[in-house]
Design a protein around this ligand. Structure first.
Ligand code: A2P
Length: 258
């Protein structure tokens, strides 16, 4: 288990539903990260500490760190983390790491697609506020699929923040497109993102051409099953997964998925 390197103070707690909440921490001086990376966060108990990997949801330039968490009632960390208040302390590992970054994608593309389910939107909340993304891509799409409409709120809030952001707001207003969908109640976009890509509805809804390896790059974040199922869909189209050593057309977080 990772050792805590920093003690930080919680500056903001926002519960969205009984299952999802957002936390903001003070940012240790000197902690650097690349948009899309993750870090270990946790709590110090009397006799031990508990830490888990969390994608950083705040921008690389933000003075604070943000995380978006699910609550698992019998989960060792989130059963406790859900009760923290502003002013409480949390712990952080020393370094942010990870493969879900632009470094694993081949250069000279036009469109970036970020496909997320549930809390998988967290790393993309960081990516959509990175100026580099708007320098590299003409169009940036963020999909977020959840069970229910109420689970989509965090994504709407972060898209709004990006469009109002002093650094990227002007670019995001022109280039950033949001595609929310739900799977367990009626909505304007219904279904798993894998299904919506396979049946073409995702592209017709947005009025855009289907994926093309020449022009498009894709970042994926969700459960292991979601990653695997999305990979199957992208394999059929002939897209290849990339890494920092061998960039490709799509990336995901290897640490979470193997
Ligand atoms: P579904 O409702 O059909 O399971 P969860 O809350 O379980 O983390 O799921 C978040 C969202 O991800 C849900 O809308 C869920 O759809 C969807 N999802 C779950 N598994 C997959 C998968 N293998 N591929 C694509 N989407 C998935």
């Amino acid at each position: 288990m990772a050792s805590p390197a920093y003690t930080v103070v919680i500056t903001h707690v926002e519960h969205y539903t009984e299952s999802y909440f957002r936390l903001r921490f003070t940012r240790p001086e000197g902690l650097r990260f690349i948009s899309g990376q993750f870090i270990m966060i946790g709590l110090q108990l009397e006799d031990r500490h508990i830490m888990r990997a969390y994608s950083i949801a705040s921008a690389y330039w933000d003075e604070e760190l943000e995380f978006y968490s699910i609550i698992i009632q019998d989960g060792e960390l989130t059963s406790r983390l859900q009760h923290v208040k502003v002013g409480d302390e949390a712990i952080l590992s020393a370094r942010a790491v990870g493969t879900l970054t632009l470094r694993g994608l081949k250069p000279n593309a036009k469109r970036l697609f970020m496909l997320s389910t549930g809390t998988g939107i967290a790393p993309f909340a960081s990516v959509i506020r990175d100026d580099d993304v708007y320098d590299k891509f003409d169009e940036v799409y963020l999909t977020h699929t959840c069970r229910y409409i109420k689970d989509l709120t965090y994504g709407f809030d972060r898209i709004r923040d990006a469009k109002q952001c002093p650094l990227v707001g002007e670019d995001a207003s022109k280039k950033l497109f949001h595609y929310p969908s739900v799977t367990r109640e009626p909505y304007k976009h219904e279904g798993r993102i894998t299904t919506l890509i396979e049946n073409g509805k995702f592209f017709t809804d947005l009025g855009i051409p289907p994926f093309n390896g020449e022009t498009d790059r894709i970042m994926i974040c969700g459960s292991l099953e979601m990653l695997r199922d999305t990979q199957k869909v992208l394999d059929v189209i002939g897209l290849e997964r990339g890494s920092t050593r061998a960039p490709g057309e799509y990336v995901w977080e290897q640490a979470f998925s193997g």
